[in-house]
Write a protein that binds this ligand. Structure first.
Ligand SMILES: Nc1ncnc2c1ncn2[C@@H]1O[C@H](COP(=O)(O)OP(=O)(O)OP(=O)(O)O)[C@@H](O)[C@H]1O
Ligand SMILES: [Mg+2]
Length: 358
């Protein structure tokens, strides 16, 4: 029966390929991949052994597990192949033993994964048991919410990953789910205790409003704190700590602290990257009272026309400016205050013009 292994790609040692083991000696192995038999130097592998692949010998098909902890041969290529194959099948999420969920960025919106029905399915998850649940970040948000309600103690969700992994989007998905759970619990409480329906409506509206505010003010944070980088068109160039405040099981408030803003990006950025979105949004907005059309701002780039033409997440600078203005209005920055803010931003650009970018 055929035996399968993972080998490092001959072109790039950071990539793994799946191959069929043909023969092996103490120092070398013959492995068939890319349709030919290749000699592999075993000294490049720990204990001079090739990592075994999770392949069903009877069918020669990869074995895929929703929970990474269940992968029989657990090593780097085993995990990567499992995640890759699941994502190919439309499953971007995998469990890692329980509370930990690994998300692969699918780079396309899988709307059926975030419907109200799916949110509801994850409203009652159990600690220590993922049985009956498909991997999803809703499992994490639900566990977090339920632990909060049951224990009355603070809970945290940590979303981490490299640039472009999908942290910012995942946080939004989690926030909406926590709001949904809180909203559901207020409806349940009202139904079972049969108290005033108006209270329920008010609480529900309140939950919605708080999360709507958090999500709707996001364009503001993104305008001033996000920029196009070579890895992500909408890269957060700052850290963010969002705190949701609950009274019993009800969402009653929130706060957001930001830190580590990459301020140096205001004065310079690498080729093929951009400064913070807000500057392009401003230039696209018309009319801006203090700005003439064709000024050459050194803090942006000589390639400004191309940069201006770029869309971020499918939205033009003008469309994004409209959202930023709405977000500013949500926190009561409009009218004269907005004019002052615009004036300050324009001044930054004009400084770069006068000083020649120094
Ligand atoms: N769950 C998802 N479904 C579909 N597309 C997604 C999802 N998560 C992220 N994306 C896509 O990937 C892009 C990058 O994601 P995001 O901005 O969340 O990355 P990030 O981890 O916050 O990166 P950075 O550290 O640079 O801020 C998004 O703009 C979006 O197009
Ligand atoms: Mg981000």
């Amino acid at each position: 029966m055929a035996s399968y292994v993972y080998v490092k790609s001959p072109d790039n040692e950071n990539l793994w390929v799946l191959g069929e083991l043909v023969a092996t000696t103490k120092t070398n192995a013959d492995v068939k991949f890319f349709n030919e038999v290749n000699s592999v130097d075993l000294s490049l592998y720990p204990n001079s052994e090739l990592p075994r692949a999770n392949v069903d010998p009877a069918t020669s098909k990869l074995l895929i597990y929703p929970d990474l902890a269940k992968v029989p041969f657990l090593h780097e290529p085993g995990i990567l192949f499992n995640l890759k194959e699941r994502n190919r099948l439309g499953e971007p999420y995998s469990f890692c033993g329980g509370e930990l969920v690994v998300a692969v960025n699918p780079y396309e919106w899988l709307n059926h994964k975030y419907t109200e029905n799916i949110q509801k399915m994850y409203s009652n998850v159990l600690r220590d048991s993922i049985i009956g649940f498909e991997p999803h970040v809703y499992y994490t948000s639900s566990l977090c919410y339920q632990s909060l309600v049951k224990t009355g103690r603070n809970q945290s969700i940590l979303v981490s990953g490299e640039s472009g992994a999908g942290k910012t989007e995942t946080v939004k998905i989690l926030l909406r789910h926590v709001a949904y759970l809180s909203e559901m619990s207020s409806s349940t409480t009202t139904t079972t205790t049969n108290t005033n329906t108006n209270t329920n409506t008010n609480t529900t509206t309140n939950n919605n409003n708080i999360v709507k505010k958090i999500v709707d003010t996001n364009p503001l944070l993104e305008a001033f704190g996000n920029a196009k980088t070579v890895r992500n068109d909408n890269s957060s160039r700052f850290g963010k700590f969002i705190r949701l405040q609950f009274s019993s099981s009800q969402l009653v408030g929130s706060s957001c602290s930001t830190y580590l803003l990459e301020k140096s990006r205001v004065v310079s950025h690498s080729e093929n990257e951009r400064s913070f979105h807000i500057f392009y949004e401003l230039l696209a907005a018309s009319p801006i009272p203090f700005l003439s059309d064709h000024q050459d701002f050194n803090y942006l780039s000589s390639n400004i026309e191309n940069e201006m033409a770029e869309t971020i997440e499918g939205e033009t600078n003008t469309e994004r400016w409209a959202k930023t203005k709405n977000a500013l209005a949500l926190i009561d920055i409009a009218g004269e205050q907005l004019t002052t803010l615009v004036r300050a931003l324009v001044t930054v650009l004009q400084v770069s013009e006068r000083s020649g970018g120094g």
